[in-house]
Write a protein that binds this ligand. Structure first.
Ligand SMILES: [Fe+2]
Length: 376
């Protein structure tokens, strides 16, 4: 900034005004240098501003552009009272944090590291931006051949997909969103989230993926025109969906780095469930309490079997992990057997100790992945 001010002083205020001044070689040289410094400073400032760029409300259609499907009053309230507020809250909650320069997609993929306010605001901003993106007053009615093929494969066609979207939306109790996403396995799926959660987020409760279509199910999106008739509102949205824009999102999603990252950080839900129960049992046995293992041995065995029967995220599905799962099931079966046969506490403890080694193999593979991910 100091360089900028000095440069400005030289270039603008004491620049030679008369022809005779230009003969002064020293002043001319200084001015030339200062001009360069001024240019350099302006470039540096613009680069710095770009890096610390704040999230902004995207350009939107005229409020009445989507009439009669979406009325202008609803659109005005939606953009100015909701979306705008999410953007403001997001910028406020990120100020002074390491996430200031992160893209909205990266914020969502690693959302568990954010504060509640930042996470909700990031979801709200992303969700609404996508919603406005795929609506058009003159929508293209057909998806690309590539997307159409995938829709047929996944949902038996466009009409059937719309029925399934409606069914999923009806199951959302209260505020939320219904989505069509590309999963890390590059399949199309319909999913829903509550409030301003989003399929990119960790642990939102449903399958993760890159959204290519999202419909706002909050009452603020439709109550003014449709009151409680969510179905009629969604059918109106269907007529405004631009399938050319959605097809573009599909192509981008299929090749996106974000999708690869979702795959790398995929939750292993079955192991999380096993781990939660196991953690409690280890703690209790450490205190000499045997009742929890006696009442949970069958449950622990069921959870261990689920590790084998449910899909293992690709990055964890190594041969040592698969072998450890088999040993884990065997060990849990022996613990359950000892409990069922009313073995002594010492016998149950002895069998329980055999769970430790295969369990450690699996935990070690997870830690390794976690470390790799955190260094990306
Ligand atoms: Fe909304």
């Amino acid at each position: 900034m100091l360089i900028l001010l000095i440069s400005f002083f030289f270039v603008v205020l004491i620049a030679p005004k008369k022809e005779s001044d230009q003969s002064n070689l020293l002043i001319t040289t200084i001015i030339t240098i200062m001009k360069r410094l001024l240019l350099f400073s302006l470039i540096a400032i613009s680069l710095f501003s770009a890096q610390a760029q704040k999230h902004t409300l995207p350009k939107h259609l005229e409020y009445q552009a989507l009439e009669p499907g979406l009325d202008s009053l609803s659109m005005y309230i939606h953009i100015n009272s909701y979306h705008k507020k999410y953007v403001e809250l997001l910028n406020k909650s990120l100020t002074g944090t390491a996430d200031t320069g992160a893209t909205i997609t990266q914020l969502l993929i690693h959302s568990s590291k954010l504060s509640d306010m930042a996470r909700n605001a990031a979801g709200g901003h992303y969700n609404h931006t996508l919603f406005w993106d795929i609506l058009s007053p003159t929508p293209a009615a057909k998806p690309s051949e590539l997307l159409n093929t995938e829709i047929t494969k996944s949902f038996m066609g466009m009409d059937s997909m719309k029925v399934q979207i409606l069914q999923a939306a009806n199951k959302v109790f209260g505020s939320g969103w219904v989505w069509v996403i590309v999963t890390p396995e590059k399949k199309l799926k319909i999913t829903t989230t509550i409030n301003e959660e989003n399929p990119l987020m960790e642990k939102h409760g449903n399958v993760r993926g890159m959204p290519i279509l999202g419909i706002d199910l909050w009452e603020h999106a439709y109550y003014t025109k449709y009151q409680g008739n969510k179905k009629e509102y969604i059918q109106a949205v269907f007529k405004l969906l631009d399938w050319e824009l959605i097809s573009r999102k599909y192509s981008v999603a299929m090749e996106s780095e974000a999708l690869k990252q979702l795959n790398s950080s995929a939750d292993w839900a079955a192991f999380s469930k096993f781990h939660d129960v196991m953690k409690g049992l280890v703690m209790n046995m450490g205190k000499g309490e045997m009742t929890p293992i006696k009442s949970n041995s069958a449950n622990l065995l069921t959870l261990a079997k689920a590790l084998e029967s449910e899909p293992i995220p690709a990055e964890y599905a190594t041969e040592p992990v698969k072998a450890a799962i088999k040993n884990l099931i065997l060990a849990c079966a022996q613990v359950n057997d000892a409990v069922v046969k009313k073995g002594t506490d010492a016998q149950i403890k002895e069998k329980f100790a055999t769970i430790r080694d295969p369990y450690k193999v699996i935990v070690a593979s997870l830690s390794k992945k976690e470390d790799q991910f955190s260094h990306q």
